[in-house]
Design a protein around this ligand. Structure first.
Ligand SMILES: [Zn+2]
Length: 196
């Protein structure tokens, strides 16, 4: 076991998690935020993270992929963490393919928090509120349509708001959307119970 890589990786994932939790608090999904990326501490993800540690400059998943041709850590991660759009794909009986499905608002909100935190850590002193938008605009996943159309549009809207009006405005809009989605879900649940 490489101790430098062990402590380095532990500190990278823990610092990232704490920034995301602070953002989730502002987005009105604090309890959900507390569980953010917990699977990174599981043996499958943690051991690969240490083995392929890149000094915190680059994701260990990329190095693992270069070595094995795939990243076990990433496949384990995306299959369990609903704040990744890659989780939200399912077999479509009409197209007979695996297609993206729309992300529920609370997970889209967590994805927003995750992207802003990652952008802050990655860009360091060069960070400003336009960075997460630029990153998403250039993303090949977006260009190739790997996100559901409505999910991509909703995320773009929020990132544009962040870029033009700052964190205060973006998080208050996010909170508003999360709240109205929660209300809608509770109403649906109540209606379903009444029918039973
Ligand atoms: Zn994650």
């Amino acid at each position: 076991m490489q101790w430098k890589a062990f402590w380095g990786h532990l500190s990278t994932i823990t610092r990232h998690r704490h920034t995301v939790i602070r953002h989730c608090w502002k987005a009105g999904i604090f309890w959900q935020g507390l569980r953010h990326d917990l699977s990174k501490y599981s043996p499958t993800e943690f051991c690969q993270g240490v083995r392929y540690y890149q000094g915190g400059r680059r994701s260990p998943n990329e190095a693992e992929r270069e070595d094995l041709g795939y990243s076990l850590a990433w496949m384990h991660h995306k299959g369990r963490n609903r704040h990744h759009f890659e989780y939200w794909c399912d077999y479509n009986p009409i197209t007979k393919r695996v297609d993206p499905v729309r992300m529920p608002m609370r997970y889209l909100a967590e994805m927003f928090c995750d992207r802003v935190a990652a952008s802050k850590i990655y860009n360091k002193e060069r960070y400003d509120t336009t960075c997460p938008l630029t990153y998403f605009q250039n993303s090949s996943a977006r260009k190739r349509g790997e996100l559901h159309k409505e999910t991509a549009d909703e995320l773009m809207e929020l990132l544009e708001l962040l870029a033009s009006h700052g964190e205060g405005a973006a998080f208050s809009e996010l909170r508003r959307r999360v709240k109205s989605d929660r209300r809608l879900r509770h109403e649906k649940k109540r209606d379903r119970k009444k029918k039973d």
